[in-house]
Write a protein that binds this ligand. Sequence first.
Ligand SMILES: Cc1cc2nc3c(=O)[nH]c(=O)nc-3n(C[C@H](O)[C@H](O)[C@H](O)COP(=O)(O)OP(=O)(O)OC[C@H]3O[C@@H](n4cnc5c(N)ncnc54)[C@H](O)[C@@H]3O)c2cc1C
Length: 410
Amino acid sequence: MKKTLDLDYSKNKSINYIIDNINTYSPDKKTVMETKYRCAMINRHRFGQNLLKDALKEGCRLYDATICVEPIINDNYVCGIKVRDGKTGKTSTLNSRIVVDASGAIPALRNKIKLNNSHIDTMIDESDESFSYREIRKLKRPLYDPKTAKIFMSGTYAHGGYYWYFPESRDIINIGIGIPRDKETYKLKEMLKTIMDDDPIFEGSKVITAGGGMLPTRRHMDSLVANGFMCAGDSASQINPVTGGGIALSMGAGLICADVAVHAIKEDDVSEAGLWRFNYLYCGRKDIRWKDIKDYVYDGAPNAASDLLRIFSKNIEDRSLNFAFKNFIDTTMLAKVSYGHSHNPTFSKKMKILLKSLPRLPLLIRFTHLMRLMDKIKRLYMIYPKTPDAFPEWKKRLDAIYDEVYKISK
Ligand SMILES: Cc1cc2nc3c(=O)[nH]c(=O)nc-3n(C[C@H](O)[C@H](O)[C@H](O)COP(=O)(O)OP(=O)(O)OC[C@H]3O[C@@H](n4cnc5c(N)ncnc54)[C@H](O)[C@@H]3O)c2cc1C
C-alpha cells in the first residue's frame, strides 16, 4: 500500500508488534515446520480508523450506522442499493454505476444478485465455512519465544481444524481456534479453554478482549462480477482457506477491485464483460500482472491450491497427519504449495521419502496425488478466461479437479 497508494500504515500506531517466524506443529507436536516469515500484528480498531480517515481525505462520503438492505436491479444491471438508517429506521436508496459488496463473511448483497445470463458465483456451501473464536490474553510470565507465531493442527483439540498462538508483545498473546462449520462449532469457547488448561503458559492469564465469527474458508468465488456489481474481501471468499487469514488478502483484492472499477467507469462499460478483468487479474495471470505489485496481491491461484489441501487435511486423522509431518511434508514443500509453486524434489529425496513412507504407502500415494492436483489447479488459474463466454468451459475443468480431490480425501 505504501508503494502503490502512498499510504504508510506503519505509522499512526496501526501496528502493535512484528513477528519473525511461523511454526506449524503436527498434532502430536513432535514435528515442527519452521518458516521465516514477517507478520504485522495490527491494532484492528486503529488500523480501520486510519483507513477511514484516508478514504475521507480522498473524498469518500461516510454513511455511518447505515445498513445495506438489498440491491436495486434495473434492466438486468445492479444500479444501486436500498439502505436503512440504523438510528431512525428510515429507508432510502443510493444509486451508483457500480456497487461493490465488501460486507464480510455474511454478505449483504452477493447472494441476492439475480441477473439473466450472469456468471457470478453467489452461494457458498456450508461445509466450506468455518467458525473461529479468539482471545487476546495478558500472560503472567513473558513468553519464551515472543517473535514466533505457532499454528497447531489438531483433531483432538480442534476437530479437523487448527488453533494458534500469535504473540502481540512479550506477554500478550492472541490465542484462537478455527474449525469447519460442520463440526461442533457451538463448543468453540470450551475447546479453547481445554487448550489453555493443558498449557502452563496460560496459568494466571487474563482476557483483554475476545470475539469470534464466521469465515468463508474456500477458494475465492469463481466469478466476482456481474453487470454493475463486484464483490471483494470475505464476501468474495478472498481469504486463505487453510489459516482463515484474510486481512492482507482483502486489502490486495480491494486494490485490484478499485482499479478495475475506476477503469470500467472511465471506459463507460460497467457490464459483466467490462468488469471481468477483476476475475483474471486476481487469479494472477502472469501475462497481465502489474509490474510494480508484489506477487502476494494475486492470491487467486495459491489460494485455490491451498483449498485442495484444506479439503484433504479436513478428513485425515491425527495419526496419519503425524506420520505425514514426520516423513514427507517439509517446510519448503508446504511453503511452495501454499503459494501455488510446483514442488519437485530431487530423485534422491524422492527415494528417501519413499523408503521412510513404506509402512503407509497408500497415504503417500494419496498425498502425491494431492500435490499433482494442487499444481494442476494453479496452472488452470493461470489461464482463467479473459472473456465471460469462455468461462463455462473453464469451470468444467475446475469442477473436475474438485471431483478428484473429494475422491482422494474420503
Ligand atoms: C475470530 C476471527 C479471527 C480472525 N483473525 C484473523 C487474523 O489474525 N489475521 C487475519 O488476516 N485475518 C483474521 N480473520 C479474518 C479477517 O477478519 C477477515 O478475513 C477480514 O476482516 C475480511 O475483511 P473484509 O473487509 O472483507 O470484511 P470485514 O472486515 O468483515 O468488513 C465488512 C464490513 O462490512 C460491514 N457490513 C456488514 N454487513 C453490512 C450491511 N448489511 N450494511 C452495512 N455494512 C455492513 C461490517 O460491519 C464490516 O465493517 C479473523 C476472523 C475471525 C472471525
